[in-house]
Design a protein around this ligand. Structure first.
Ligand code: ZN
Length: 185
């Protein structure tokens, strides 16, 4: 079922996600709703907070993006990132490469806003799958960026927190307007 995407100004976006002990029927249903919601919005990632649930659960799919490549290893083996999509990750934890690069980012909770954000060039993610398996993903490119953006969400961190003060200032009035619209419901 497609869900409404929570917009900036809703306090759930600032909530740290609760660890998921077991992928029970409720979590599976939630993950399926998140995939449907993300795909319907043409997003590359969605965190549970964005449909109103403060849980350590995120979905990603970079397979439709043609112009921003990714590399991926799954449990130490090179895989085609496209064929590995979509990803459903429970309790993901990231180790970031020290090297960073800027890249443009948007967020489904901030319609029509985007800015350059510095992110680690590559990451290692450890997470559980819906089958209860623990996996290790090594990623670079767009997938590395998307993983960092989504894991931030799971910890109540938003991309505006990582913008330069100049970018944030230039978006200031639009951010305030969005926050007000959200709070009015
Ligand atoms: Zn986002």
């Amino acid at each position: 079922m497609k869900r409404a995407i929570v917009k900036y100004g809703d306090p759930v976006l600032r909530a740290k996600g609760k660890r998921i002990a077991e992928a029970d029927a409720e979590i599976r249903a939630l993950a399926s709703d998140m995939l449907e919601t993300m795909h319907a919005a043409n997003g590359v990632g969605l965190a549970a907070q964005q449909i109103g649930e403060a849980l350590q659960l995120t979905v990603l799919d970079i397979s439709e993006v043609e112009d921003r490549p990714s590399t991926m290893k799954l449990n130490g083996k090179d895989v085609d990132p496209r064929s590995a999509m979509p990803l459903v990750l429970l309790n993901p934890e990231l180790t970031l490469d020290e090297e960073t690069e800027p890249g443009v980012e948007g967020c489904l909770s901030f319609p029509e806003l985007s800015a350059d954000i510095d992110r680690a060039v590559s990451v290692v993610a450890k997470a559980q799958t819906l089958d209860g398996e623990t996996i290790k993903i090594e990623a670079s490119g767009l997938l590395a960026r998307a993983l960092q953006h989504e894991v931030d969400h799971l910890n109540g961190i938003l991309f505006i927190d990582r913008m330069s003060s100049a970018s944030k200032a230039s978006l200031g009035s639009r951010l305030k307007r969005l926050q007000k619209e959200t709070q009015r419901g």
